[in-house]
Each structure stands twice: as C-alpha cells, then as structure tokens.
Design a protein around this ligand. Structure first.
Ligand SMILES: [Zn+2]
Length: 93
C-alpha cells in the first residue's frame, strides 16, 4: 500500500470515528464523549493535511519547483506537530 492510499485510509477511519463519537455523545448526552469527538476531529484534520501533502510531494519537478515537491512534507509535519500541541492543550482545559 502506498503513502497516498495509507493516508486516505487514515482520513476515512478518522471520519468514521468522529461521526461515531458524535452520535454516541449526543445520544447519551455525555460531554466527555463529545469532547473526545472534538479531539478526534483534530486527528482528522491532521490526516487530511497528511493526505494532501503526500499527494503534492509525489509530483514530479516542474518549472516552479525544479527540485521536486518533497519538502511539502516538512511543512505539513510542522503543522501536524502544532496540531498535537493544540490537542494536548485542549486536554488540559
Ligand atoms: Zn510545482
């Protein structure tokens, strides 16, 4: 399985988890489960960023980017690191 397929599987599974946690959270009225859904929504955002970045990094070099597009993964990795800090911070609230 290549990186793009793996990333899209991660997007689908995270979407499924968010929807399931929202349904259970609202059916039971559990604030804890709803906050878990928000936590998983941040995971979903991270997996979307990973999906987009592996799609872009796989592109061949072009006029605007003669060394290729691989560096986009460094940028997305940094953004995902910041997202982890955000979700850790939310856990303390
Ligand atoms: Zn380009």
């Amino acid at each position: 399985m290549n990186a793009s397929k793996t990333a899209s599987l991660s997007v689908f599974s995270n979407t499924f988890i968010v929807i399931l946690k929202l349904i259970v959270g609202f059916l039971t009225g559990s604030v804890a489960v709803i906050s878990e859904a928000i936590h998983s929504a941040l995971d979903l955002l991270a997996s979307l960023i990973a999906f987009i970045s592996v799609r872009i990094s796989g592109r061949d070099a072009d006029r605007g980017h003669p060394y290729g597009h691989g560096k986009v993964e460094n940028i997305s990795g940094t953004i995902e690191t910041l997202l982890i800090f955000v979700s850790r911070y939310l856990d303390y609230l």
